[in-house]
Write a protein that binds this ligand. Sequence first.
Ligand SMILES: *[C@@H]1O[C@H](CO)[C@@H](O)[C@H](O)[C@H]1NC(C)=O
Length: 151
Amino acid sequence: MRRLLVLLALLWVCDAVKFGQLCSGNPSNSRRTSDGWGQGHYGAGRGGRLHEGLDIKCSDGSTVFAPFDVTLNGKLTVYTDPSKAAINEGINLSGEGLCFKLFYVRPDRTSGRVRKGERIGTMLPMQRVYPGITSHVHVQMCDKSDPTRYF
Ligand SMILES: *[C@@H]1O[C@H](CO)[C@@H](O)[C@H](O)[C@H]1NC(C)=O
């Protein structure tokens, strides 16, 4: 009996939440590392503040998918700066007990539920605002904690 409980505990630990594919063309959720505009990891410097999310590579115009079964909690605006209007959209989501936001995505819909792997929107034209950057979806937990462990 004790052995069975240990096995179940191990299975539970191994079964921690992981994000499925977020962006067409990036099946392994590979991350933005470093480019002329900065670095993509959580906690990277952003001119006096810290990067509060994790950047997952996504080419402009790509389809963005639900990483697991999710509920759509509404649209977001990312910036107040009008020069960044081209990429100033995102969506708030929840699922698998997590609340998180995706930035730079134009959502198809802003409420309801979407199944894992179904499309939720389109990657906005980031090269227009940040020429030469590694275009990416920014994943940010609603509580600003580090999302890296879910990838
Ligand atoms: C995202 O949605 C959740 C659940 O509805 C809500 O609690 C949270 O305040 C929302 N966050 C933002 C930034 O809209």
